[in-house]
Design a binder for this molecule. Structure first.
Ligand code: PHE
Length: 408
């Protein structure tokens, strides 16, 4: 093992000062929960794929969508961001938000990362399902690895207007048009409206397939660099509105650069964990990573449409421990880096980290953070000794790696 290199999924990459991928994340690579037989995330993937296959087929009934569920999560920064028109200074690129392997290589932060490449290969209708990686908070609904499904559909003028009589005057594009809330400058309003209609119908149908035909939903305007207009779909479930997906009309520049400039496209992306947590009543996102048969056996059904409500096996006691420190004065500090460090040491024994208190010293102007770390294992009771041991290691490593000064 050379210290200036890192080997992931059988490939070796040079390290540089962008490298910020942690051990804890490296262990997760290749788990492929979304294609593990009987795994709840695999059931959700299968239901989405089945729905899309059913909705879009050719004259003889064969599905027209291609499904990619085994593409490596290691992508270039260009794939993850540039190809999707994410600006150079966009916050989503920050080191404190993503796992960089080096300056040019990253663990994908969304499955959208593959869209322009697949379009360049000549695909017009496809789904990409896979694991994605983001530095984030630690609580019951956030985990640095989760799973997404993305879809793209590209249509020619003939396809868009196939059900319209006398459609000769209808066009996909408009020259010297203006961008408005409803459309991009280059698009003709009629083509956008038809695509928007198909996109929204498809997604409402998907929500009804998953949650039942009675599900209440609403569309919320959104912004993504790679689509315009863009929306989020929210559904009303268990007495609250939850956002389940993002979607929109694809930026024409992406199609042009990928050799599909004569088509118009829609795209959507959704997270599998959130859907599975709702549909199966799974209370904590860490459970998806459990090897405990008490969890896994509850999902051992052949038909992915089987209604299942997860019954907690048993709940082991929590153990809370605070940590306070002064932030470094001449170095940048981000809470996300601390969360990542906690994950790295505590692994799944950490349930939650809360920023409990933030304080600026009136004279020195030094800033102090106090976090509560909630320890709880899902499969056994943690001993005081084990917790103290992890807690001390976290303190020590935070001091070494993040240059914080511990407070007594
Ligand atoms: N990639 C977006 C996300 O991760 C979702 C998305 C995909 C939105 C495709 C629009 C189109 O939030």
């Amino acid at each position: 093992i050379k210290n200036n290199e890192i080997t992931l999924l059988d490939h070796t990459f040079p390290r540089d000062n962008w490298t910020n991928i942690s051990e804890n994340i490296i262990y997760k690579l290749g788990r492929n929960l979304h294609i593990s037989p009987y795994h709840p995330l695999s059931h959700i993937r299968q239901r989405i794929v089945n729905y899309i296959y059913m909705q879009f087929h050719n004259r003889i009934g064969n599905p027209i969508f291609s499904v990619f569920d085994n593409i490596s999560p290691i992508v270039t920064v260009a794939q993850n961001f540039d190809s999707l028109l994410v600006p150079e200074n966009h916050p989503s690129r920050k080191k404190s938000d993503c796992y960089y392997i080096n300056q040019n290589t990253i663990l994908r932060a969304h499955t959208t990362a593959h869209q322009s490449e697949l379009i360049s290969m000549g695909l017009n209708n496809f789904l990409v399902v896979g694991d994605v990686y983001r530095k984030d908070e630690i609580d019951s609904t956030h985990y640095p690895v989760f799973h997404q499904a993305d879809a793209v559909r590209l249509c020619t003028a003939e396809e868009v207007f196939q059900n319209v009589d006398n459609s000769n005057e209808l066009k996909l594009f408009e020259h010297r048009g203006m961008e408005t809330d409803e459309k991009q400058g280059c698009h003709a309003l009629e083509s956008v409206k038809i695509m928007e209609h198909e996109l929204k119908n498809t997604l409402i149908g998907l929500a009804q397939t998953l949650f039942g035909s009675e599900i209440q939903y609403k569309w919320v305007q959104q912004y993504f660099p790679f689509t315009h207009p863009s929306w989020e779909l929210e559904v009303y479930y268990n007495d609250q509105w939850i956002e389940i997906l993002g979607c929109g009309i694809m930026r024409q520049e992406i199609l042009q650069k990928s050799g599909a400039g004569e088509r118009i496209g829609w795209a959507f992306g959704l997270g599998l964990e959130r859907l599975a947590m709702c549909l199966y009543d799974i209370p904590n996102i860490r459970l998806f990573w459990s090897n405990d048969t008490g969890f896994l056996n509850q999902f051992k059904v052949e038909d992915p449409n089987t209604a299942i409500k997860y019954k907690p096996i048993s709940v082991y006691p929590q153990c809370k421990n605070d940590i306070s420190f002064w932030l470094p004065e001449n170095k940048s500090y981000s809470s996300n880096d601390f969360y990542d460090l906690v994950r790295d040491i505590g692994g799944d024994r950490v349930e939650q980290v809360l920023l409990k208190d933030e304080y600026t010293h009136p004279e020195t102007k030094k800033i102090s953070h106090c976090y509560t770390i909630v320890y709880r294992h899902m499969e056994r009771t943690l001993s005081k000794r084990e917790v103290n041991n992890i807690h001390n290691q976290i303190a020590k490593r935070a001091n070494e790696k993040l240059h914080v000064t511990l407070r007594g």
